[in-house]
Design a protein around this ligand. Sequence first.
Ligand SMILES: Nc1ncnc2c1ncn2[C@@H]1O[C@H](COP(=O)(O)OP(=O)(O)OP(=O)(O)O)[C@@H](O)[C@H]1O
Ligand SMILES: [Mg+2]
Length: 301
Amino acid sequence: MTRKDIYGRSPAGPNGGGPVPASGGSLARLRRTFSTKLQRREWDVDEKLLHTPPMTRPNTIAVVSPKGGVGKTTVSYLLGNLLASELHMRVVALDANPDFGTLGSLAPDAHRSQRSLADLIAEHERIDSPAQIHPYVSRLPTGLHVLAAPVHAEVMAQLTPGLYSRLLDFLERFYEVLILDLGTGITDPLAQFAVERADHTLVITTPEWITAAGVLGALRYLQLDEGTLVLNQAQMHGKAGNRDVIEDSFQRQAIATRATIPYDKNLRLMLDSGTYELSALRRSTRVPVKELGAEVAAKFV
Ligand SMILES: Nc1ncnc2c1ncn2[C@@H]1O[C@H](COP(=O)(O)OP(=O)(O)OP(=O)(O)O)[C@@H](O)[C@H]1O
Ligand SMILES: [Mg+2]
């Protein structure tokens, strides 16, 4: 089954309409008076993104969670696209999920590479220029490069932290930001390696008590120096009344930054149909995504 079977040849994009016009700040005072709080947040975050301090070396970000299906891949993808499109950084997102990761499938069909990170590991010694990496990665319109997991689980199972370490050393020669989309769990050797190697770790949770309680335990276990907690509403919840309580208990954790991404069915549809665009997100989702990117970028070393 291909994506075309479900979405046809040229998906128009779930929003139907054109991109949401970018907001800027030229008639500043007047516009601010009549603007909504969300608009003002967007102007503020755009300003912050514009003034992102320069980095001094490649930065690695690990995206982890002790729970499955909470949005690790989604957040990796949103963040990677944002850093590439808004900050023009050379970013590669790697599918480091040992269990049939889905990151590679998010790439639009026309841009998707059939090769995987296992191919690049096997052949990297023959590569010494950025152009030679192109066949191995899906190169997205935003500028983000995605390195997919191998299709065969037995190949993935052979990828040890040592091999990943060599791959990351190699990729650091060509990219400024490396994003590792991990599988579920934080105690397995690959996740441990990723968190230790990363300059910054994003821990993803959803608002359910069971998930959040597990994530709190994980945070105590990880003892992160640089971490961001992302509360991602991966599922539509009617009255999941415990969100404030959960946010409250996370406030008490010694984790530097927090971000909350709302549930957005258009986002889900865009991801599934390979038509994701930041500008096509509704502002209530777009602003938190930009804020997450700005927070992470502000911490680059
Ligand atoms: N904020 C959101 N709004 C709507 N849908 C979302 C949101 N975040 C994630 N989803 C959807 O939830 C599902 C699970 O997300 P995702 O694959 O990113 O989770 P994961 O943590 O990577 O899962 P796994 O543990 O299997 O790797 C996907 O269908 C995704 O599109
Ligand atoms: Mg995933």
